[in-house]
Design a protein around this ligand. Structure first.
Ligand SMILES: Nc1ncnc2c1ncn2[C@@H]1O[C@H](COP(=O)(O)OP(=O)(O)OP(=O)(O)O)[C@@H](O)[C@H]1O
Length: 331
């Protein structure tokens, strides 16, 4: 198999006037891989996608799709890629079958209508007018049209926005089947769960840069596991143990004072063991005890608030002024 990556981006920068929307990003997507671009609003995801789709030339850097420049060699690249448009509301009075037939007319060697409707889970909707489709079904029609030309590379810009959880899961199954059949997919999404379910690798963008990238496991690694509990009454903060060298953060959450630890070095199991042993020895009851691994959401929130892997404490809050106040409390 040709080992040129189907998608490669090297040092891409894009400006709108004086504003740099994409500030030097690089990544590659391998054959049959699904890569997800995540990021806050305005992070530069759509600008990156549009550059890869050939809508605009790269400002700086190099962008290649199937080994070619998607802007300058658009005529060679376009028939081999699928782009899921954002609005399937065009021609509301036509039926699904009529829309597909029209688009088949513009597509070289298109998939048969029934095949593409089957792939997109719309086999029973062929005779329905577009205006009568649900929002989720309209997005599926967008997907069906993107699949007409048997694309080897598929660009999905927020493919499940507006879908209910069931429709979203059904769409994930369709996308997973496409990837299993060898399609390379670049997807943008605001749903972290979507990236967790679908992505082989992902990147989190913030203000035009890629802040972190890798598999979900690689991205969350090093961001620390979390242990939290309600601050036991009559106990001073200084009396809480250090777990694997990490000190407790104190915050006030819903009127309760909460102690939380981010355990990086020791890991969750030994941190928890240390805590339970300490609680047993000191006859302390740990109410509301929670222990869990860092999640993609933790990393996303830290990244988008401009905090790195050190020092961010959103989930159970930081509340350092509460810590100061409690330091003075007596037993
Ligand atoms: N045509 C344009 N002219 C000027 N600024 C633009 C234009 N298109 C996008 N921008 C700006 O560039 C930045 C990146 O936009 P982009 O749409 O790529 O972000 P995004 O990550 O896709 O955001 P969202 O998640 O909100 O869709 C934003 O600040 C946006 O306002």
């Amino acid at each position: 198999m040709d080992d040129t990556p189907p998608i490669s981006v090297d040092g891409l920068r894009q400006r709108y006037g004086d504003f740099e929307a994409v500030a030097g990003i690089s990544f590659e997507v391998a054959h049959g891989e699904l890569f997800a671009l995540l990021g806050t609003n305005g992070a530069g995801k759509t600008t990156t996608l549009e550059t890869l789709e050939g809508h605009r030339p790269a400002g700086h850097g190099t962008v290649r799709v199937l080994g070619r420049d998607p802007y300058r060699e658009r005529r060679a690249v376009r028939p081999r890629i699928g782009v899921m448009l954002q609005d399937g509301g065009f021609f509301p009075d036509l039926t699904v079958a009529e829309i597909v037939d029209r688009f088949r007319g513009f597509t070289p060697e298109p998939r048969p209508r029934d095949e593409v409707l089957g792939l997109a889970g719309l086999a029973d909707r062929a005779g329905v007018r577009v205006r009568q489709l649900s929002g989720g079904q309209k997005r599926r029609l967008d997907l069906a049209l993107a699949l007409l030309g048997r694309p080897s590379v598929l660009f999905l810009d927020e493919p499940t926005t507006g879908m209910d959880p069931e429709a979203r899961r059904a769409t994930w199954r369709i996308v997973r089947d496409l990837v299993a059949a060898g399609t390379t997919v670049l997807l943008t999404t605001h749903y972290l769960e979507e990236a967790e379910h679908l992505a082989d690798r992902l990147a989190i963008m913030h203000r035009g840069r890629i802040e972190t990238a890798g598999t979900v496991a690689e991205v969350v690694a090093g961001h620390g596991d979390r242990i939290g509990f309600q601050m036991p009454e009559r106990l001073r903060v200084a009396e809480l143990p250090a777990l694997g060298g990490s000190r407790a953060d104190i915050s006030v959450d819903g009127g309760r004072t909460v102690a939380s630890y981010t355990v990086t070095e020791a890991g969750l199991q030994s941190g928890l063991y240390e805590l339970l042993r300490w609680a047993d020895e000191h006859r302390v009851e740990l109410r509301g005890l929670q222990a869990r691994s860092a999640s993609l959401e933790d990393v996303f929130l830290r990244t988008s608030s401009g905090m790195g892997s050190d020092g961010a404490r959103e989930t159970w809050g930081a509340g350092s002024e509460a810590a100061g106040a409690l330091e003075g409390a007596s037993r």
